[in-house]
Design a protein around this ligand. Sequence first.
Ligand code: GLU
Length: 352
Amino acid sequence: MRRLIAAALIIGGASAAQGQAPVLPRVHVLATGGTISNLGNDARRTGDELIAAIPALGKIARVTVEQFSNVASGSVTQDMWRDLAKRIAALQAGPDAPAGYVITHGTDTMEETAYFLGLTVGGCSPVLVTGAMRQANAVGADGPANLLNAVRVAVAPAARGRGTMVLMNDEIFAARDVTKSNTSRMNAFSAPDAGVLGLADPDTVVFHRAAPEGGSTCRRAPFDLATLGAFPRVDVIYAHIGADSVAVEAAVAAGARGLVVAGVGRGGSTPSQGRALRRARDQGVVVATSNRTGSGRVGSGGVSDSLEKLPAGAGANVGSAELNPQKARILLMLALAAKYRPADIARLFEVR
Ligand code: GLU
């Protein structure tokens, strides 16, 4: 699956080699698959083919391409996340280190991969995750524009120090903030609580918020994969009227060390589900309460006033801040792998 073909295509190097133009910054593309590469009938474009179809890139960057995988994003695995993050770290430390990275990825789980990379990749060089809502051979395919814009952002000085971002439909989102909030539309990506981070406009790349430390400091990743153990099982439990204890008990029986509740409102669940969650917590499972509304915070200090209340901030019961369930799951999994204590996990959820 991983790095099926390690190919390198260099666009934009020729004029530099002739000494007629400054050497362009290098951007390394890691192609993983998704609709941006999908031609239907099991046929897919390679990363090389995607880049070769955009001659305008030759004026922006020296683009090198690596075929990491070529799969729908539902087939991306947690092992692939680790390999992707480690590959970027290796490139950062290697010769001719890229100025930035672009990951092409299916859009369905793009926010998860982006958030994982945001938590595990440090350094100055930005990582842009992009894809397409329309298939590679569709009329009005958005993949080429997204890829071009992702490379533009990857080399933009204002992007340095900002870590991992998602570029879709001309909009730049911080990895923590972004979610896919529509199944099919071109503007399927949004950041319900924090808003769009910036824009890849035709004339320039603009950011609406300052980079941390004004971009002068490179990021330290919150988690160091080099020292992190195996990822524990963390499951998402969906709350709804009629939900009983079955899903919670099954997850615990399967070995879950963490549970994320996609709670109603500010994190509520049904009485039966709430009792099962308390039992899980009493067995040492960390319960992080998120919500199913699509936006808004759940704090560790006061969880839900609807249906069943879980004891606020007690023991191993933490709020997920504004992280949606699928993102809260990633943070909880990494925090448990890093052996954080519940009180520290609660604080971790609030670090932006
Ligand atoms: N939208 C799908 C995804 O997120 C694309 C499916 C495919 O590439 O086959 O990966």
